[in-house]
Design a protein. Structure first.
Length: 544
């Protein structure tokens, strides 16, 4: 299918806006066919593409002009297709792939979509979350308004140029770097925003960028689409496909590794995954692989901060253990179970794991010695090369953590493509998935943006409260969930959620269910265990 007819510049330099509206299921079909043709290694078999059924309401429910809901649905459809190819290799027939486009809108909201004994995230007090979770926040996510507003978009000294200020997991250090008191006696989030803004507007965006890079902090100039494409970094990132994996020549002689024979029928049953990740994108990839049947062990350190609420959703189906890879004694331990791993998810700052002996080349050497290929997934913000590649990253936030969650499902897709090829051709594979690449792709002309009248119709239908640049991502999540609860039935549809009885967090623990559905329900993705608190298990080991 062709690129839609668009007009240029409706939302600023480098934007492309559709001239007519296409109902969401039909638009998903168009994007799937276009993306399939442009993705190396992905099928263009019409029979497979046509066996995907997109269903749901025609009008999107995510506010704004970006087609994030369609992109979410399409990426999950691609996961479903590759899962079908893998199942065929195992002698299992999935039947058609079904994707609910309404559930696809909920997917970027996953971190906030849980209930524990009937209470939602918005209904939990900070102290209650601290009590039921393993506390790894280390104060990074706090009731302190200064910490909270360290994650907001601020105007700069440059007229009409804004900067995504991101305290992330180190808000106090970032605030201090700009001469701000993290414990300033402000009473409200609005007061904190104004106090921080008073300092930030003294800097140009370029000065902000330099200061953040020197201090190793997250932060990002808010570019227009065209301004980003004109940067050298934008050009280098655009040179890579958004779904990006490759066969590593260093292990070219390693023989094929067929998928394990297991009693379980899910596509990745028997596949062993080590997840070395924090925050959202890497853990989202691991959760998706776990739903597809993989045995996922998440290795993390009690000494590194990680936002507490995320363990309530993104640890589903995994085992969670503690290892401090900065300590020699703990660095020895992973080698024993890495010997059995099929997949490694790496989502730390580029280069950090190489310095600890767990980088790509280390794992390729291990794969050659054992005679079985490895799949190494690198999750990052700015891609595999370029002058931003080693920066701690932040994606400029729209209404939801869209880039984070879509990066997660894209990473899972990369891994599945690589495992499929490893089973057929042998060798090891490297995959790179970048948050900024997911953002930039959704702004390309072949995707298009919704017209202002469609954006207005979505807004009027769901009555979203005002979303402004000062708001934290949590504020935005609450605004959207509140509107969906009032104007749709999606938040109470049992087919879109899964409930676990007697999870470590409560007797009734509900989270968003996996999106991909096959005709054979035994093969459809699902989790066999509830989410777990951080560092819940005593040791890092795969199931026998």
């Amino acid at each position: 299918m062709s690129i839609p007819e668009t007009t240029k510049g409706a939302y600023g330099p480098g934007t492309f806006t559709d001239t007519s509206f296409t109902p969401l299921p039909k638009e998903c079909r168009r994007i799937l066919e276009y993306l399939a043709k442009g993705t190396p290694g992905f099928t263009t078999d019409p029979a497979l593409l046509n066996d995907v059924e997109f269903h749901g309401r025609d009008l999107p429910i995510i506010p704004g002009p970006i087609k994030a809901q369609a992109f979410s649905a399409v990426l999950h459809a691609m996961v479903g297709i590759v899962g079908r190819e893998i199942s065929d290799l195992k002698g299992n027939k999935t039947g058609k792939v079904s994707i609910d486009v309404d559930q696809a809108a909920l997917y970027p909201c996953t971190p906030a979509l849980f209930t524990i004994d009937g209470k939602t995230l918005a209904e939990f007090k900070h102290e209650e979350l601290q009590r039921i979770c393993t506390d790894l926040d280390q104060g990074a996510v706090d009731n302190n308004p200064m910490y909270y507003r360290s994650c907001s978009i601020y105007p700069t000294k440059d007229p009409h140029v804004y900067y995504q200020f991101m305290g992330s997991l180190h808000p106090a250090a970032l605030l201090q770097a700009f001469g701000l008191d993290p414990e300033a006696p402000v009473q409200t989030n609005d007061e904190a925003y104004e106090l921080i803004k008073k300092e930030i507007v003294k800097y140009s965006a370029r000065e902000m960028e330099q200061k953040c890079m020197e201090g190793g902090f997250c932060g990002q100039t808010c570019y227009s689409p065209q301004a980003w494409r004109d940067t050298l970094m934008g050009k280098q990132l655009a040179a890579h496909p958004v779904i990006n994996y490759r066969h590593e020549r260093e292990t070219a002689d390693v023989p094929p590794a067929p998928f394990p024979k297991t009693q379980g029928k899910r596509p990745l049953a028997g596949i062993k995954v080590v997840e070395l990740a924090r925050v959202i994108a890497g853990p989202a990839a691991g959760a998706a692989l776990a739903s597809l049947g993989a045995d996922v062990v998440r290795v993390q350190s009690r000494d590194l901060p990680d936002p507490n609420p995320l363990q309530i959703t993104l640890s589903a189906g995994k085992r969670m253990c503690h290892l401090d890879l900065t300590k020699e004694a703990d660095r020895v331990k992973p080698h024993t179970f890495l010997q059995d791993a099929d997949v490694i998810i790496q989502a730390y700052r580029r280069g950090s794991l190489e310095r600890k002996g767990f980088g790509l080349n280390d794992m390729l050497t291990m794969a050659n010695k054992r005679g079985k290929g490895i799949v190494y997934l690198d999750v990052n913000t700015y891609g595999p090369d370029g002058y931003y590649a080693e920066r701690p990253g932040v994606s400029v936030l729209p209404s939801l953590p869209i880039a984070d969650m879509l990066t997660g499902i894209t990473g899972a897709l990369d891994v599945m493509l690589a495992l499929r090829d490893r089973a057929k051709n042998g060798g090891s594979y490297y995959a790179d998935v970048a948050l900024t690449a997911l953002d930039a792709t959704q702004l390309e002309e072949w995707v298009g943006l919704y017209q202002p009248e469609i954006v207005k119709e979505i807004q009027e239908k769901h009555k979203f409260r005002a979303m402004t640049s000062d708001l934290h991502v949590d504020d935005l999540l609450f605004i959207i969930c509140e509107a969906w609860e009032k104007t749709t039935n999606l938040m109470t549809r049992p087919d879109l959620f899964v409930e676990f009885e007697d999870s470590p967090f409560g007797k009734h623990h509900r989270i968003l269910a996996p999106l991909v559905k096959y005709e054979d329900k035994n093969i459809s993705p699902h989790w066999t265990s509830s989410p777990k608190p951080y560092c819940y298990h005593k040791e890092a080991a795969f199931a026998n």
